[in-house]
Write a protein that binds this ligand. Structure first.
Ligand code: S6P
Ligand code: ZN
Length: 195
């Protein structure tokens, strides 16, 4: 991999990087057990394996001094009354942070720590979110028609730990109830052990 400086463009309306090395696509079938309404999930996935979100990554060596970065795009939609969202993860190296800059759309970042603290921050075009070390994070698109598009950057050695979230989800769910977006307790959640 070259160690020369480089640049690329992020342009409206799509904000797909003009250069990228990796394109990840996650569909409904990649989210088994993540949505609260299992019946709605099964019905949707057997009908069509809808694309939920995409990530465009610029590859860099996975070293502490590097900054991994790219663009994530969460499409609009719901499973039952729960919005389309990313899987969400802790960083394997817990003491690593992340920055998100929202380019387009409306959403929430749901976050929590192994100690049980939680936070939900709004995401809208032009807002910058700092996710401190130790905070697991999941992005959620609450828009009815628009993509939620964000530029992200995090330390090269961070890694991804999906297992804890896959087991029980996040402490808070973001649902649409009577046409309103609500943050509610996740009944499946309990304090994680041994992260
Ligand atoms: C990586 C960073 C993002 C996510 C992306 C998809 O640390 O947080 O690039 O990978 O938003 O989410 P997830 O939870 O499927 O990796
Ligand atoms: Zn991350």
């Amino acid at each position: 991999m070259s160690n020369k400086p480089f640049s690329f463009d992020l342009e409206a309306p799509d904000f797909i990087p003009s250069h990228y090395d990796n394109h990840i696509q996650r569909n409904l079938s990649n989210m088994a057990g993540q949505y609260q309404d299992q019946e709605a999930y099964e019905a949707m996935v057997s009908d069509e394996d809808t694309l939920l979100y995409q990530v465009y990554e610029l590859k860099r060596p996975e070293l502490a001094g590097e900054i991994l970065h790219g663009v994530s795009i969460v499409h609009p939609g719901k499973v039952g009354n729960e919005y389309f969202m990313t899987k969400g993860h802790y960083h394997t190296v817990l003491e690593t942070a992340e920055i998100y800059y929202t380019l387009k759309g409306q959403g929430y970042m749901v976050m929590e720590t192994p100690e049980g603290d939680w936070a939900v921050e709004e995401l809208s075009a032009g807002s910058v979110l700092y996710v401190p070390p130790r905070w697991a994070h999941r992005s959620i698109n609450i828009g009815s028609e628009e993509d939620l598009v964000m530029f992200f950057a995090y330390p090269g050695d961070a890694g991804h730990n999906y297992a804890t979230i896959e087991t029980q989800g996040f402490r808070k769910l973001v649902l649409e109830i009577d046409g309103q977006t609500k943050i509610v307790d996740n009944p499946r959640w309990s304090q994680p052990e041994g992260i």
